[in-house]
Design a binder for this molecule. Sequence first.
Ligand SMILES: *Cc1c(COP(=O)(O)O)cnc(C)c1O
Length: 367
Amino acid sequence: MRVPFIDLKPQFKSIRADVYASVRRVLDSQRFILGEEGRLFEEEAARFLGVRHAVGVASGTDALVLTLSALGVGKGHEVLTTPFSFFATASAIVRAGAKPVFCDIEEDSLNLDPEKLRAKITRRTRAVLPVHLFGRPCRMDAVRAAARKHGLWVVEDAAQSFGATAGGRQTGSLGDAGCFSFYPTKNLGGAGDGGMISTDSAKLAERLRLLRDHGSRRKYVHEAVGWNSRLDEVQAAVLRIKLRRLKAWNERRRVHAAAYNAAFKDLPLVLPTQAPGEKHIYHLYTVRTGRRDALSRHLRRLGIGSAVYYPLPLHRQPCFRALGFRAASLPVSDRASREVLSLPLFAELTAGQRSAVIRGVRSFFKK
Ligand SMILES: *Cc1c(COP(=O)(O)O)cnc(C)c1O
């Protein structure tokens, strides 16, 4: 049996009739930008997350850039973040005009290590940008405590964690702002690019609404030099349908992850964990082994997909070297980048596919 790393089609099939009806409504209305669907999606997403405001934008990357800019973070400033994330976490800081300062991660969670923040704070530090990597919440109590002491903003990169919780609270509601991505393969994915910012601050939400629309509140009057970064009506219509099912889909992800964990527990693999009180939503199910490449090749021969997130940590990216940032020594991230392997996990994974992955992984270690 072939098991793709990800397959979006079964999920689409399960909601196709609703999506067709909603998208047709948008097309019939010929209202594509900043209309009713977007407004309702923002309302529903804010309610889901337990925050006062949600602001739709064109991508997760834009969500980060606009948020940093709206908070006044830019030229001459530093932002503390993790080197073990998707590229956009750091490129957004550069795009906002500031400098990313990388802080190493925790061995167990692979998230930013809050204990390592203090040593990296300087006079120029303005914000901390933790990522809830693979859908596991970062330790936000400790991040917030360090940030509060030094007067730093906390911006969560929640691009992989829509619906993950810590202490019963949603990721994206645990800092000053949360940034989400609706890239199609994210656990809440649109029919194209999309993003959103969540916040309790009316002032920040208003600034973001201004910045996403050319800095304009009144047509052809521009208070700020903003961006063209709106979540379009087709995306919002699709996302409204998916948001209603997200809890159930995330629960399916957790069931699959629990089955993998049980089936692999006697193998020489480091398995993903979650701390008490946390709800990991397994945007990715990622194991660690020193024989990562051989395991990946073995699975490929059996027709089973797998992928490496991320093979080159951000402090080693050539583009940042070109900007004159010295690559710091971040040993935990470096090691993780050599050992991680993500296995197929999506809500609609069938029992047969799941068993095939389990058999495939077990057969590698039996050899
Ligand atoms: C996907 C992702 C982003 C960027 O989102 P886009 O919508 O693709 O711009 C940022 N950070 C993380 C951690 C991501 O996974």
